[in-house]
Design a protein around this ligand. Sequence first.
Ligand SMILES: Cc1cc2nc3c(=O)[nH]c(=O)nc-3n(C[C@H](O)[C@H](O)[C@H](O)COP(=O)(O)OP(=O)(O)OC[C@H]3O[C@@H](n4cnc5c(N)ncnc54)[C@H](O)[C@@H]3O)c2cc1C
Length: 584
Amino acid sequence: MSPEGSLSIICREMTLLAHQERDLPPVFVESQRPGRVRPGGVCFPTKMNVYTVRITTYFERGFKMLDQDLKRQLAEVFKPINAKIELVYDDCQHDKQGELIELLQGVAETCHHLELRKSEKVSPMPSFSLYRDGQTTGVHFKGIPGGHEFTSLVLAILNTAGLGKLPDQALARRIKGLKRGLKVRTYISLSCENCPEVVQTLNQFALIHGDLTHTMIDGEFVQEELTRLNVQGVPSVFVDNELIHVGKSSLGELLGKFEEKFGLPDTDAQVAPSDLGHFDVVVVGGGPAGAAAAIYSVRKGLKTALIAERIGGQMLDTKGIENFTSVPYTEGVELSAQLDKHLRAYPVTVLEHRRVRLVEKAEGIRHKLQLDSGEFLVTEALIVATGAKWRELHVPGEKEYLGRGVAFCPHCDGPYYKGKRVAVIGGGNSGVEAAIDLAGICSHVTLIEFNDKLKADAVLIDKVKTLQNVDIISYAKTKAIAGDGKTVVALEYEDRHTGESRKIDLDGVFVQIGLSPNSTFVKDVVNTNLHGEIVVDPRGRTSQPGIYAAGDVTTTPYKQIVIAMGEGAKAALAAFEDRMRAGA
Ligand SMILES: Cc1cc2nc3c(=O)[nH]c(=O)nc-3n(C[C@H](O)[C@H](O)[C@H](O)COP(=O)(O)OP(=O)(O)OC[C@H]3O[C@@H](n4cnc5c(N)ncnc54)[C@H](O)[C@@H]3O)c2cc1C
């Protein structure tokens, strides 16, 4: 189990709770990064009431019981609970049963509305369920939710009490529109960083739906079941013996998949698509560009909506951020929570967990947006800030070691590899530039190109060839990224001349095979370049009057947070200026 991971997840959830106006007190912190946060000190609420929370958990310290600091923090988080919530565990002879009871007892002690009791059932492995006011909720855990899943337990308790961040009404209606009687199971491992979001989302499905159950199952306890089901990655979501989903996911994506398989066509959710109204400005995208655009627009007094699959965008996939000017160190989840908090401090209509599917021209210069959910809305000005995705290699090890040896952003993550051996995959301009940059930081860089020669500009190729600590391997196909369970240790590739497999021992791999802008849904409406980036002028205007774009989805160079924020602000100001000039 990675203490750092559970720390950051608890940190994220605590921050999310704080930004929902729940008054969390300052909490005790112990620095993860010596010198940056005062050890044992308290962290301070900012003006916006966002707390920077770094909790030292018992997991981090290797304690089996909840320590006093964590109990105090849980007591504060659970303070608003106003319903009887029972943690009901099954009878079990497993030698880990004591550990489960100890954990649940520790949690129950933090709030007088929480009660621990034994069920009548017998189970071969430690397991328990959540009840509210004597009724089962459909939320079950098989295993001991420590590690990354501890937050899933905390959130499940809060959500059972009707607290915490729950899906909005329209999403709840869609969840209720799923078939009755579904028994959903998610196989997880306690060291998996992508599992809690899936577990927490499906727990919310169970709580909202009323006739759907969700069970988190720690794979460690059910090895034979994993083999029988051929589970090869976590989180793996099953309904009966059918695999519904594997890997990282968001509420929007999971709901879409469930609706596809288990949606009931004649429910409220499917009846006539809902009209979300008419706005002055609609921003698509909830990353730094979109958030800045929405805040600047609403501050001009414009009726503004923001639609996003996930608030924070790529920042949610980023661990340490050290170049967000004026903030020496923060983490992606923390900065995303602050972005969310800042957005919601204004009357912006935030439509989260939704995708825009289509942009159509409406009457005059208005635009009509169709969402995946079936909802639609009309706007005078549209700001597209849908960002981009790094192109992936799709080889074994890439996803598993993301952030633990696999990196996509040399500007961001290069300094973490100081004095280490790395490979850069991709011999285009970005790959060769990355190799040159990293050669100044790392002890050795291997640049790997799929074709027989590098494709970068000649000046870059000349430069990289002069560097003593850079080796270039051409005509090589990356086959796998190998790790030791914690971090990357080697890269395997095929020599395309001979077909032989080769291995390089190293500490990190930077994938530089390009960015893929999320512009498909507007590509027929605005001009894009060869790479799919939306072409913008210096004010963020696109080829289509009334449509603006900002951030990584555009032709603006250098894909970075501060740049995306600036561009988002600029596009909003341009939209406002054009509106003034048009006399609206
Ligand atoms: C691993 C990693 C580490 C990084 N580290 C750093 C760093 O340390 N410092 C730095 O400055 N930069 C860093 N970056 C780059 C930085 O995160 C991006 O430049 C920045 O997030 C771009 O912001 P954006 O708002 O343009 O797009 P994104 O952050 O990509 O946000 C796009 C938004 O659009 C939404 N969206 C997409 N399509 C749709 C749709 N059809 N409908 C509705 N919503 C949609 C997404 O859900 C998201 O909310 C890193 C990137 C990665 C991947």
